[in-house]
Design a protein around this ligand. Sequence first.
Ligand code: PGA
Length: 256
Amino acid sequence: MTRQPLVAGNWKMHGSRAENAALLEALLHGHSPSGAEVLVCAPFVYLLESSRLLKASHILLGAQSVCAEAMGAFTGEVSASMLKDVGCAYVIVGHSERRAIYREDDALVARKFVAAQSQGMTPILCVGETLEERERQQTFAVIGRQLRAVFDVTGIAAFKTAVIAYEPVWAIGTGKNATAEQAQEVHAFIRGELRGAGGTDATIANAVAAGIRILYGGSVKASNAKEIFAMADVDGGLVGGASLKADEFLKICAAA
Ligand code: PGA
């Protein structure tokens, strides 16, 4: 099965209205719709304006997080239906910064995944090990646990409309990316976990595993994107720092 590559920019907590508009203008100007699918995940407060700027373009819009609850007394939170309402097609769930800094555990990540899908948005489920876990040879155990926490709740068929991002925590924002071989090894493992998750639904699990896009994230730059994206099980990238510079991000998109 051929998978269309996806390159997603995760702007994190950066920018201003003016900076974000300028970045989007530059992306719209330089983007060619023929290659990889391109997505930008803007801060909540800029989503509506971004959605207007991206209207009628091929660049997709996503959010960086979502509340697991549908509505009600959850001060400060933003629901999936609100994100849908302002034009989001994708939502990042389980980013390592959410897991580590905001104490979001596997069970909450699973609920966020479900909330996104309940509104017809595609969750981008982030998984990845810390340096300590890698050094203790726990990479596969950690990622297997993070995946199972979701598909034990949703069933494997829910992954037909999901994206997975492998983001080794030690590579995020550090300038030290995983090698193409390290990324490929983990991506192949993830695909294998999905394939094995079907139980009686082996046919569905095989199709899901073959079709799902698995992005690599962690210090992706124009200079390393081509090599990483060339690996058989790497279907694009989730790009933080380098997505804030239009030229650099467009080069990364072109590499996919
Ligand atoms: P980085 O961030 O590209 O700046 O390493 C990636 C991410 O956190 O999604």
